[in-house]
Design a protein around this ligand. Structure first.
Ligand code: BGC
Length: 732
């Protein structure tokens, strides 16, 4: 986000005209309060959902049907800066009040959770990152920006770029997986897609990177839990995607709920002022997460609401989401000298700057014609892009004896309640989709003209329906396609799990089908890496389908029948069993790496190896790597190798380059991803491929947060995943 001189002057002029009250008003984000069914503010409604007083379904129903209070009087009084909503006509009404009925006519900035698409929902981030396709990631974000703007949303609470290493944490679904490098490329692509329309005359929104920072390092994978880590770990693992996003000009960030080394991120001036605004140069603003400021009292870091507001403001937290604390107390805190007017001005300047950059002063309203066209349906190119993203995100985990692809004319049996749930394909944090635009796996197979009988048998929470199981077993088909996994509510916020194996009776269903002599193809629908030890041993073909968005069913059918050759890779390590978590590939070396010998770093009762490693994924063809050569220039190392498609059909390989700093002043990871490329090759063809590693990227941050590049021996690995690689060494 860059403002020109005229825009900067506009902001300063406006700021100079504002009263203290109007400035405080710019710090306040509102959301509609639900009246009627639940006469509580949105924040509390979230709490009710979180503590189980209402179910996810009740919450969604309430949100859809309840009468809402839009706080029009507060808007009129100039006490609202931002609104959290996505109803375009309502947004126009609220905006009209802000623009026409307040003294200075400052427009509202409308924020919303458009995490993986608004109406045209594409794969959850953990899946899409596995496409290793930066261009695709950018295009889907651009599509989300287009739809957001059409709905009046100009500020997306995305990308979520928490590097997540513990699959028990439900929010692994929302982010790009476990790797800081892939996470950084994802972050850059998303910021470009969301924001760069400003230079191209296309739709654009302000991005809100989140959750800043370390949220995903919650102890034991339990959401909102405490986090503690060294400064080098913070800098090397959790900050890189945020640094990358800021380099791309991200407009804003959301402070995370967690405390980091004892200081909640909402009131953490080290992470907010020193790093984000100082070192990374954020020019826009920071918003709290919902209710975050108030929770500082519960954390035990602030005595009361007033104290929490003062601490947050002084730490660099510019906008209050959901608590009214700034609204109610900031004026007095400034008058009392607890917050300086300069600090207040700085926050307001940042918020106004984003509003100016968004063009809201010239063009505050939603175009009613565009809304009308969306009411008729989404543009076809959006559906097509959702399909492409879904196809590229599917990961073939196992295909013993080449069971897949299936022959379209051969009859099979379809089981699993999830197969018939078009409302489940959209994953966690999708809010604008329409059921009739979603394709379930069953519908996708039907559309593809497949011959099958369907028996739900069981789902993630139900018992096995014995009659249906009997019928599935009695059918004269050898092949059973079983769609199994998690409901979308089993991942996402407040959805941590201690048991990440296939939930409910689904494994039992698979076992019984196998024992009955069926050849089972498991299609997984899930929001987190599941512990798949048993499935890997016992099921001959496994397709990782995640929650792939509205075109899930179409994409799965294409992969099952071979119309699409799978090319997705895992953006996160999969464990074999629960106790292995957190399991991630780029861990530091120990002095006693696990081996056969007893006194090494391992378990007595579980493997230390992953079930499926980071970067892993099969194809209907096969690839071979050979002739790795390293060359060095002043600035970079190039790894050149020959990639050969050794199979019988065209396919796309994700070639990956990893590095190990063999000896350094801090213990370094055993491997670190440093480059990747998607390469499509016809059957039998070879190509020379070069992946790159800049010397300036071969360093790391020390425990003072200082970046150091040390000379010495480096191992370079290239291959199709993080384990099976060619290796070479170089001393620099
Ligand atoms: C979540 C954020 C989200 C916000 C607003 C919070 O509960 O942690 O990710 O953006 O709500 O909906």
């Amino acid at each position: 986000m860059k403002l020109n001189d005229t825009q900067k002057k506009f902001v300063e002029d406006l700021l100079s005209k504002m009263t203290l009250e109007e400035k405080v008003g710019q710090l306040n984000q509102e959301s509609p309060s639900i009246v009627g069914g639940f006469d509580v503010p949105f924040g509390e409604l979230i709490e009710m959902l979180t503590d189980g007083r209402i179910s996810q379904e009740e919450f969604e129903r309430t949100m859809a049907n309840a009468e809402r209070d839009y706080h029009e009087d507060d808007i009129r009084a100039g006490m609202v800066s931002s609104f959290l909503d996505s109803d375009p006509r309502k947004i126009n009404e609220l905006q009209k009040i802000a623009v026409e009925e307040t003294r200075l006519g400052i427009p509202l900035i409308i924020g919303f959770d458009v995490i993986h698409g608004l109406r045209s929902v594409y794969p959850i981030a953990i899946a899409e990152a596995g496409s290793f396709d930066d261009e695709l990631m950018e295009k889907t974000a651009q599509m989300a920006a287009r739809e957001s703007r059409a709905y009046g949303v100009c500020w997306n609470f995305a990308p979520m770029i928490d590097v997540a290493r513990d699959s028990r944490w439900g929010r692994v679904s929302e982010g790009p997986g476990e790797d800081p490098f892939l996470g950084s490329r994802f972050a850059r692509a998303k910021i470009r897609g969301l924001q760069n329309g400003v230079d191209k005359g296309e739709s654009y929104v302000a991005a809100c990177t989140k959750h800043y920072v370390g949220y995903s390092a919650c102890e034991a994978g339990r959401d909102y839990n405490t986090t503690s880590m060294s400064i080098s770990q913070l800098y090397n693992v959790y900050l890189p995607p945020f640094r990358a996003a800021m380099e791309e000009g991200a407009c804003s960030a959301m402070a995370s709920f967690n405390d980091l080394n004892g200081v909640p991120c909402t009131v953490n001036s080290y992470t907010l002022r020193d790093i984000l605004k100082g070192e990374f140069g954020l020019e826009g603003f920071v918003v709290s997460d919902a209710n975050g400021i108030k929770e500082c009292v519960t954390h035990g870091i602030a005595e009361d609401d007033i104290d929490a507001g003062v601490k947050a403001m002084n730490a660099g937290l510019d906008m209050d989401m959901g608590t009214h604390i700034y609204y109610e107390h900031m004026l007095q805190s400034v008058k009392d000298g607890k917050v300086s007017e300069e600090t207040l001005d700085e926050a307001v300047r940042r918020i106004l700057s984003v509003k100016v950059w968004l063009g809201l002063f010239e063009n505050p309203y939603v175009d009613e014609d565009v809304i009308a066209s969306y009411e008729k349906g989404v543009p076809q190119q959006h559906t097509e892009l959702c399909l492409k993203a879904a196809e590229e995100s599917i990961v073939l985990l196992k295909n013993e004896g080449g069971i897949l692809p299936l022959n379209k004319s051969a009859k099979f049996t379809l089981v699993g309640e999830l197969a018939d749930r078009e409302d489940e394909v959209v994953g966690a944090w999708s809010l604008g989709w329409k059921k009739e635009e979603c394709v379930s796996v069953r519908q996708g197979l039907e559309k593809a003209g497949a011959q099958f009988d369907y028996y739900p048998v069981c789902g993630p929470e139900s018992n096995i329906n014995e009659d249906e199981l009997k019928a599935a077993i009695a059918s004269d088909c050898d092949i059973v396609v079983a769609v199994v996994g998690e409901y979308k509510s089993m991942s996402g916020e407040a959805s941590s799990k201690a048991d990440i194996t296939l939930p409910g009776c689904q494994k039992e269903m698979l076992r019984k089908l196998k024992e009955a002599g069926k050849t089972v193809v498991a299609v997984l629908m899930n929001g987190r890496p599941l512990a798949l030890g048993w499935e890997k041993e016992n099921i001959p073909a496994i397709v990782e389908g995640w929650h792939l968005g509205i075109e899930m069913g179409t994409a799965i059918a294409k992969v099952l029948f071979g119309d699409v050759n799978p090319s997705g890779r895992l953006s996160s390590t999969f464990s074999s069993m629960n106790g292995q978590e957190p399991l991630y590939y780029n861990h530091p070396n120990t002095g006693r790496p696990g081996s056969k010998s007893k006194f090494t770093s391992k378990y007595l009762d579980a493997p230390i190896e992953p079930c499926f490693c980071f970067g892993y994924g099969l194809s209907y063809t096969s690839f071979e790597y050979s002739d790795l050569k390293l060359t060095e220039t002043d600035d970079e190392i190039s790894a050149t190798f020959t990639l050969t498609n050794t199979g019988k059909r065209e396919g796309t390989e994700v070639a990956q380059l990893y590095m190990q700093d063999v000896c350094a002043s801090l213990v370094r990871p055993v491997r670190e991803l440093k480059d990747y490329a998607r390469i499509t090759l016809a059957a039998g063809k070879s190509r020379q491929v070069t992946l790159h590693l800049k010397k300036s990227d071969m360093g790391f941050y020390d425990n003072q947060g200082k970046y150091v590049v040390e000379s010495g021996l480096f191992r370079i690995f290239v291959g199709g995943n993080s384990v099976d690689t060619l290796a070479a060494e170089i001393r620099i």
